[in-house]
Write a protein of this length. Structure first.
Length: 324
């Protein structure tokens, strides 16, 4: 078994810091506007920003905890801390963000109050859209890189880095929520129907709920143990098959234990003519090849085993089985 030092994606931290700074400014301005105007949608937006700030703090805490070195109780390390806290963030968006927004909207529909000084709301919404837009553009650039926009949703689904795509989803939901709040306030004033402000608050809650469900779905898979990408798995198999002395790769299991950390277990058949010192040298050479090609492989297990023995013991639905 070998273990390399887990790599940290500093870009993810920068994304969170930028989003946190923007949301603090936005939250303050929204609550001031809500107090002045009495807007339900604006109050919901303020709660939304507070939840976002809390979420970003939790993500930073999860990233910090995931860097802890392996110990006796956690021999593979604490990488999944970032996945756990990302899942908690999804629950917070659903319960506090979406729940409070829907509740506030229902209250405002039952007891509608006209929006006072709507121009204050418009100014604050414009400033908030500017702050959120900067954070969204920064996060999108870091997350997308040079890949096309058409691949964005697929990238989120297959991403192993929840902090980055969670911030991107939060910012996207925030910008959509700001547009909904603007339309709700404008129509409630223009049509003299204060209840429409409450309707906008409910729509903001629904937007947050859908965002939360997507976040929870993606982080749950990583939390319970998701395989590394097919590209990495195929590359590791190719490296092993190209190593002198390796007759066959019987099976390969990979588990993503952090955004930049993978655990790998391999069953290999070696040439029967090899002696123990030669076998050890080949294993060391293969370990070095894999670690040099994929620094994210933090833990590596290699098991010498004949293909017949492996095939006899493996479950019929073994996901790591490789056809000879």
């Amino acid at each position: 078994m070998t273990r390399s030092t887990p790599q940290t994606d500093h870009a993810s931290n920068m994304v969170i810091y930028v989003a946190l700074a923007g949301n603090i400014l936005v939250a303050i301005s929204k609550f001031v506007a809500a107090a002045i105007t009495g807007s339900s949608a604006m109050l919901s937006e303020g709660v939304h920003s507070v939840v976002d700030c809390t979420n970003e703090i939790l993500l930073l805490y999860g990233v910090h905890r995931s860097r802890n070195l392996p110990d006796k109780d956690h021999p593979i390390g604490y990488g999944r801390e970032v996945y756990f806290w990302s899942f908690v963030v999804g629950l917070l968006i659903l319960t506090f963000g979406a729940g409070v927004s829907v509740y506030e909207g229902i209250v405002h529909i039952r007891e509608p109050r006209p929006v006072e000084s709507p121009h204050v709301t418009y100014i604050v919404l414009a400033l908030a859209f500017l702050f959120e837009g900067f954070s969204w553009a920064f996060t999108l650039k870091k997350f997308r890189g040079n890949r096309p926009y058409s691949a964005l949703f697929r990238m989120i689904i297959h991403s192993k880095d929840p902090p980055t795509f969670i911030v991107l989803l939060e910012d996207s939901a925030a910008m959509l929520g700001l547009l909904i709040a603007f339309v709700g306030v404008y129509l409630s004033v223009a049509l003299d129907m204060p209840a429409l402000d409450g309707v906008a608050s409910i729509l903001i809650g629904i937007t947050l709920a859908l965002t939360a469900l997507l976040v929870a779905r993606e982080t749950k898979g990583l939390l319970i143990g998701e395989a590394a990408s097919a590209k990495i798995r195929d590359s590791i198999v190719t490296l092993a098959q190209g190593t002198v002395g390796v007759s066959q790769v019987n099976g390969l299991i990979t588990v993503q234990t952090a955004p930049q950390q993978i655990t790998v277990a391999m069953s290999l058949e070696f040439d029967d003519s090899l002696r123990v010192p030669e076998l050890e040298a080949i294993v060391i050479a293969l370990e070095n090849k894999i670690r040099n090609g994929h620094p994210e492989v933090a833990t590596l297990f290699i098991k010498p085993q004949s293909h017949e023995h492996y095939d006899r013991l493996r479950p019929q639905d073994d996901p790591g089985y490789i056809e000879p």
